[in-house]
Design a protein around this ligand. Sequence first.
Ligand code: CA
Length: 146
Amino acid sequence: MATTEPTNSERSDEKPLRVLVVEDEFVVATTLRLHLEALGCEVVGVARRADPGVEMAHELRPDLVVMDIGLPGRDGIEATRDIVGQVDTTVIIVTAYEDERVQRALAAGARMVLTKPVLEEQLAQVIAQLRAEKAAGGPPPGPEGR
Ligand code: CA
């Protein structure tokens, strides 16, 4: 419920992390969105299938994609493969699977795999890590750099 974040005096003009959620189960997607918003993220989109998820990732250029594996049609591993390397973003997997699909998701370029049910504190760690990376310079804004 209430998240007590440590008051960081150095809380500059950070923009919220923009997050895309790809998850077919409405309740899970809603829970993820609420957790992410509670953590100060902006949920820029929710897709319920792989293909719209990939399209939204290309269009919306989120900082983070939270991706389910078990989706109707193409799965989240294939979607991850279509996003990583093409969109400058980080993909994390949320799944109930604990089998070889976890390794395949990581091989497809996912940064990490969180097992459902995903707790807000797990997401908080991910968000904190991404924020720290962004603050440390992060990737160049353009595709070419200089
Ligand atoms: Ca699912």
